[in-house]
Design a protein around this ligand. Structure first.
Ligand code: 1GP
Length: 257
């Protein structure tokens, strides 16, 4: 419960947090550790490590060992499959792709992964994962039936089901590298339906976008691709973290009114 409690306490203190996603297939361990360090300095709350393609345990191990030497914030696995587990991580999003048409991504991969999580002593954090169109690589690989962007009410009922199933977070995923982020109204509809924190990711590149999504109710904003594109990771993540802080502040002021 250590990482779960840490995330919840930062969310309750700050209103919303930023998580930096690093794809082990796209960086070498040194680059990954550099990005993690810059992200930590910029105020990201935790590092997520994972991807849909090309992830091996050996690659993950090397990357996470290097990161652990450099940063203090938790490293949370974001597995696309059972190869996405490493004994060196602090926690794992123990997630089910709720709108997958495949029982593998709903529960079979989780069953295969569960004894490994137990053996390695990684903290599982239960999370419902919902893919919204276009869904990008994860939508295709995960055999999702992506939720139409016009129908946030469908995402909202999946999110509520996740909460009733006991999941501690729900993740609205537009897909890594999506051409644009989720609209704030979409996030608002889901956030108004559930009591568990809503994580939002996919296509977020600007502080103003992070601000509007946070204001709409997101409690965690995930960015991945942007750190692979910019020269100064620290400056970019600072911009996004600043946006999240402003959005959280405005949301909390609206609640008090
Ligand atoms: C992917 O939501 C995350 O799972 C992050 O997406 O790479 O587009 O930032 P980006």
């Amino acid at each position: 419960m250590r990482v779960y409690k840490y995330l919840m306490s930062r969310i309750s203190q700050e209103g919303a947090i930023h998580l930096t996603l690093i794809d082990p297939d796209k960086v070498n361990p040194e680059e990954g550790a550099e990005i993690a360090l810059a992200a930590e300095r910029a105020g990201t709350a935790a590092i997520m490590v994972g991807g849909s393609i090309g992830v091996t345990e050996a690659k993950l191990d090397k990357l996470i060992v290097e990161m652990k030497r450099r940063v203090k914030i938790p490293i949370i696995l974001f597995p696309g499959n059972i190869t996405g587990l490493s004994r060196y991580a602090d926690a794992v999003w123990f997630m089910s792709l709720l709108n997958s048409t495949s029982t593998y991504y709903l529960i079979e991969a989780q069953a295969l992964g569960a004894p490994i999580v137990k053996k390695y002593g990684i903290e599982p954090i239960p999370m419902g994962y919902i893919v919204i169109e276009p869904g990008e690589a994860v939508g295709f690989i995960g055999r999702a039936r992506p939720i139409p962007i016009k129908h946030p009410e469908i995402a909202a009922i999946y999110a509520l089901a996740a909460q009733y199933l006991g999941m501690k977070f729900v993740y609205l995923e537009r897909g890594s590298g999506a051409p644009g982020p989720l609209p704030p109204e979409f996030v608002e509809k889901v956030a108004n339906m559930v009591d568990i924190p809503v994580i939002v990711g996919g296509g977020i590149k600007e502080g103003t976008v992070a601000k509007n999504l946070t204001k709409a109710g997101a409690k965690c904003i995930v960015t991945g691709t942007i750190v692979e594109e910019v020269e100064d990771v620290e400056v970019k993540i600072k911009e996004i973290v600043k946006g999240i802080r402003e959005g959280a502040l405005e949301r909390m002021q609206n609640v008090q009114r």
